[in-house]
Design a protein around this ligand. Structure first.
Ligand code: NDP
Ligand code: GDR
Length: 348
């Protein structure tokens, strides 16, 4: 049985990856942050109380800003594979929290790599390391973007991901570590954080449809993204660590759509006269925008045998369906007298 350690297990991708690895028979360990409220919603379905003695997933407290803690977790878990998915992952927020984003995303990756380097030097078993890179690293470079496209990052988040990418390459070259960079284009799901534009849209449409919300405020509708399904993308992460040698891979659908196109399709599918409900708010524009991302993932398709299964219309539909159901649950609770608070549109 292989042992995997996931930094960022409570996030969208962490939860899908944990499920994938559990289904493959892995012993799965995850690092979670201490918070004053529970932050394990996305993994609660696969978590078992360790006291019940049938635990398949183990959680450890840790933070990418705390290198000593990361070392301790690695020494304790003795993983075969580490997936570094932890990040302050919101591009807009990174302009407000630039230093923090750099510390977690760039230096946090360096801390993890240093820990792996020392762990192996001290005789620990060989570790394969996945680094969660991003299409944001390409930024202003024109599409289609592939592994040879020069990086041109346009936000503190993207600059930090570029630094993390090069740390990973350097540790591969300098110390011979098995480190692979996935350069993943946007991937969404019903578990997507509610302040990313796709989920913000589907969440709002569900609530508007049920009369629980009137307006949806958005920023730049012209930006184009290559949107895939998160469940498909975590498979590519796993495949990268099963390859015979470490490398860097773009993971994308090869198709791009504007934010407006996403909105139109989701609005039509919801059966709403959505134009009456959508307004623009300058606060959601970015100081410097990434206009057009469309990935060329032929290397991952050729060398890993990866391909996406869920296309754009199916992705939009599954998110709208899920959020319509969620809105129904909220309305039922509200009708039963519960206080249902929704902050969705207020942030980012
Ligand atoms: P999420 O924002 O959903 O999840 C991020 C995870 O990182 C959460 O588990 C979060 O914990 C954790 N985290 C945040 N800060 C810290 C910290 N200081 N120490 C330890 N853990 C921390 O992101 P996604 O799941 O969407 O993305 C996964 C990774 O892939 C990220 O690195 C992201 O930047 C990158 N990426 C994502 C893409 C996408 O389209 N989704 C595309 C390309 C790259 P908590 O739950 O407590 O907040
Ligand atoms: P992105 O995703 O920045 O591509 O980063 P996001 O969904 O936040 O933005 C996509 C595009 O939509 C525009 N937009 C808005 N965005 C948000 N969040 N809120 C709005 O109201 C809004 N209105 C318009 C944005 O300007 C942008 O052009 C995501 C994250 O998951 C990163 O961690 C990851 O690395 C990249 O995808 C690939």
């Amino acid at each position: 049985m292989k042992t995997a350690l996931i930094f960022g297990i409570t996030g969208q991708d962490g939860s899908f990856l944990a499920e994938l690895l559990l289904a493959k028979g892995y012993d799965v360990h995850g690092v979670i942050r201490r918070a004053s409220t529970f932050n394990t919603d996305r993994i609660d379905a696969v978590y078992r109380d360790p006291h019940e003695n049938r635990a398949t997933m183990h959680l450890h407290y840790g933070d990418m800003s705390d290198g000593t803690g990361l070392r301790r977790v690695i020494a304790h878990v003795q993983p075969d594979e580490i997936y570094n998915l932890a990040a302050q992952s919101h591009v807009r927020v990174s302009f407000d929290q630039a230093e923090y984003t750099a510390d977690v995303v760039a230096t946090g990756t360096l801390r993890a790599l240093e820990a792996v380097r020392d762990h192996m030097k001290a005789g620990g078993k060989p570790v394969r390391f996945y680094q969660a890179g991003s299409s944001e690293m390409f930024g202003a470079a024109p599409p289609p973007q592939n592994e040879s496209t020069p990086f041109y990052p346009r936000s503190p988040y993207a600059v930090s991901k570029v630094a993390a990418h090069w740390y990973a390459v350097n540790y591969r070259e300098a110390y011979g570590l098995f480190v692979s960079n996935g350069i993943l284009f946007n991937h969404e799901s019903e578990r997507r954080g509610e302040t990313f534009v796709t989920r913000k849209i589907t969440r709002a449409l569900g609530r508007i449809k049920l009369g629980m919300q009137d307006k949806l405020y958005l920023g730049n509708l012209d930006a184009r993204r290559d949107w895939g399904y998160a469940g498909d993308y975590v498979e590519a992460m796993w495949m990268m660590l099963q390859a015979s040698r470490p490398d860097d891979y773009v993971v994308a659908t090869g198709e791009s759509h504007s934010v407006l196109e996403f909105l139109e399709l989701a609005g039509e599918y919801s059966g709403l006269d959505w134009k009456k409900h959508v307004e623009t708010d300058a606060r959601y524009f970015r100081p410097s925008e990434v206009d057009h991302l469309r990935g060329d993932s032929s290397k991952a398709r050729r060398e890993l045998g990866w391909s996406p299964k869920i296309g754009f219309p199916a992705l939009v539909r599954l998110m709208v369906d899920y959020d319509l159901d969620l809105a129904k649950q909220e309305r039922t609770l509200a009708e039963a007298g519960h206080r249902v608070v929704f902050r969705g549109s207020a942030h980012a």
